[in-house]
Design a protein around this ligand. Structure first.
Ligand code: MD3
Ligand code: FE
Length: 215
């Protein structure tokens, strides 16, 4: 174990969070620079924006997408679209550095042929949160979801199959990668309001990448 500048031990172990769900501590750390460069390039073409939920609320998390499809929300509902509604253009292509990271994480977790067609980019600033929900806008629930955490730490909530199931709290650090497949694919989950802080690379924000087979 190597300690970082702040004396926190850097974990590189794999933690099972349930059937089909695994947390790969620090899995994205070595590639984090290239990954953040690719994310920055995507946000120049397709800006981060605050969407409106079907219920009429402005999401505290700012989002954009890359890949063939992109996740969007408005008064009409949550769905995937081939076009960015802001520009009317296709979403930027999924950068090689992002695809390679998602595929290698999926392979380590036992999913050998993961070919995501979308990457949702979520940006949290202090106070931003995501309430408990299920990811069910995708066509094929047999495919896993891979998620990458970068920047400020967050407290993730992992619930069960019922909204009322008491969620487990899982701290997520810069470089952590989660793979959700099998029976865990439809578990409720969320993110508690981001705490203020300064990350040595990303400053006052957290970026989460979510790779999915949507279409
Ligand atoms: C557990 N994003 O965009 S990623 C989302 O940190 C979303 O931004 C969170 O939930 C974030 O929909 C969490 C981790 C994650 C993603 C998908 C899951 C956890 C999951 C699907 C099933 C169970
Ligand atoms: Fe989700």
């Amino acid at each position: 174990m190597i300690d970082d500048l702040f004396g926190e031990p850097v974990r590189r172990d794999h933690e099972a969070l349930g059937p089909g769900a695994v947390l790969l501590h620090g899995f994205a750390l070595t590639e984090a620079g290239a990954v953040l460069d690719a994310v920055h390039a995507v946000t120049i073409e397709a800006a981060l924006r605050h969407l409106i939920t079907p219920g009429g609320f402005r999401m505290s998390v700012a989002i954009t997408n890359c890949g063939r499809l992109g996740w969007i929300s408005d008064r009409k509902g949550y769905r995937y679209s081939e076009l960015d509604p802001e520009t009317g253009q296709p979403w930027p292509a999924l950068p090689d550095a992002l695809l390679a990271l998602a595929q290698s994480a999926a392979a380590v977790a036992g999913y050998a042929h993961f070919t995501p067609d979308t990457c949702l980019i979520n940006r949290y600033v202090p106070g931003a949160r995501m309430t408990l929900h299920q990811d069910r806008n995708e066509k094929d629930f047999s495919q896993p979801i891979v998620s990458v955490s970068l920047g400020l730490p967050a407290m993730f909530q992992l619930g069960g199959m019922q909204r009322s199931d008491k969620p487990l709290r899982v701290p997520l650090q810069h470089g952590d990668v989660l793979v959700w497949g099998g029976p865990s694919r439809l578990r409720f989950h969320g993110v508690l309001p981001l705490k203020a802080g300064q990350h040595e690379v990303l400053g006052e924000q957290r970026i989460n990448l979510t790779f999915r087979c949507a279409g």
